[in-house]
Write a protein that binds this ligand. Structure first.
Ligand SMILES: [Fe+2]
Length: 303
């Protein structure tokens, strides 16, 4: 872990967060303005057509295979001794990546993703980009990240925030790649102000529809890609996980890590209320069936 001076303590909804501070000594700055045109693999994928589109819940009825953007092995990844949560690495209205020195080892992967993104997202310049990097030893019969099938970037039609363009993320893991589910989901009956969407996704997920990517593979997910972190059945192992998210509206969560290569005002956020605490509680039997489902697929490899 980083030295204490690189951590800022933050309290939100009575939970303490450590905000990692990076980039005090600079890092890599690269502009993607003149990125050459590269044909993205699986260019015909429906995922590319959903980029820059306004969020639409009817897409949950149309499952699609996430584009696979190849393997990228990262030598020396275990030398990185910090973790970051939604670290800003490109601001809105810019072509420039700003990657702190502490994460330079990730540059080849991030560079590849930036070049791909430039080619598939006509609004590359407009969008902001955040990096999450999680590493650590996963305990036997445990999970690295929050367990359960879920989506990233769901937009609540009833919320005060205007419905905006879909966000999308590139995910990568060097051990036990992220699980994803290929089946239609029916969620129109939910009231998203009070019902727990993720509990419903877990209730509908069928074991036969779950797939797992390959180690060191890069996959493109959008808010319609239902996925889960794997279960480490009977073993304790190291896992490095990376998510790089592009979004029209920068996610302003006060627990985000801080990148000193950007001005402080870009990373000063107001407190958020965690809506999850207000949702209908998940019935106990549903919670158990979710756990059992994930445990059943423990280390099974599916492609
Ligand atoms: Fe996720």
């Amino acid at each position: 872990m980083s030295h204490n001076k690189d951590i800022e303590r933050y309290n939100q909804n009575k939970i303490n967060y450590d905000r990692t501070i990076l980039g005090k000594n600079g890092g890599i700055i690269k502009s993607y303005k003149n990125t050459p045109y590269v044909i993205a693999p699986t260019k015909e994928s429906v995922f590319y057509h959903r980029i820059n589109k306004i969020f639409d819940i009817s897409n949950y009825k149309q499952p699609a295979i996430p584009p696979f953007l190849g393997i990228e092995e990262i030598n020396d990844i275990n030398k990185i001794n910090t973790r970051v949560l939604r670290l800003l690495i490109k601001k809105n209205n810019s072509y420039k990546l700003r990657l702190p020195k502490e994460l330079e080892i990730l540059f080849p992967l991030i560079n590849k993703i930036m070049e791909t993104e430039f080619n598939i997202n006509p609004k590359f310049y407009d969008y902001a980009c955040h990096l999450t990097f999680d590493n650590g030893e996963i305990n036997k019969n445990g999970y690295q990240r929050y367990p359960g099938f879920h989506v990233d970037g769901f937009q609540n039609h009833d919320s005060l925030l205007e419905i905006h363009e879909n966000e999308h993320s590139y995910v990568w893991a060097d051990n036990q790649a992220t699980l994803f589910s290929l089946q239609p989901y029916f969620i129109e009956h939910l009231n998203f102000e009070v019902d727990d969407l993720h509990a419903e996704l877990n209730r509908q997920t069928k074991l036969d529809n779950i797939y797992q990517g390959v180690n060191n593979g890069i996959y493109l997910f959008d808010p319609y890609m239902v996925h889960a972190t794997p279960f480490f059945k009977d073993i304790s192992q190291k896992r490095n996980f990376i998510r790089i998210t592009f979004e029209e509206i920068q996610l302003k969560d006060p627990v985000n890590s801080i990148n000193k290569m950007f001005p402080k005002k870009l990373q000063t956020y107001i407190k958020r209320i965690d809506l999850r605490t207000r949702l209908n509680s998940i019935p106990k039997d549903n919670e158990n069936s979710l756990k059992t489902n994930l445990e059943k697929i423990g280390l099974k490899k599916v492609y």
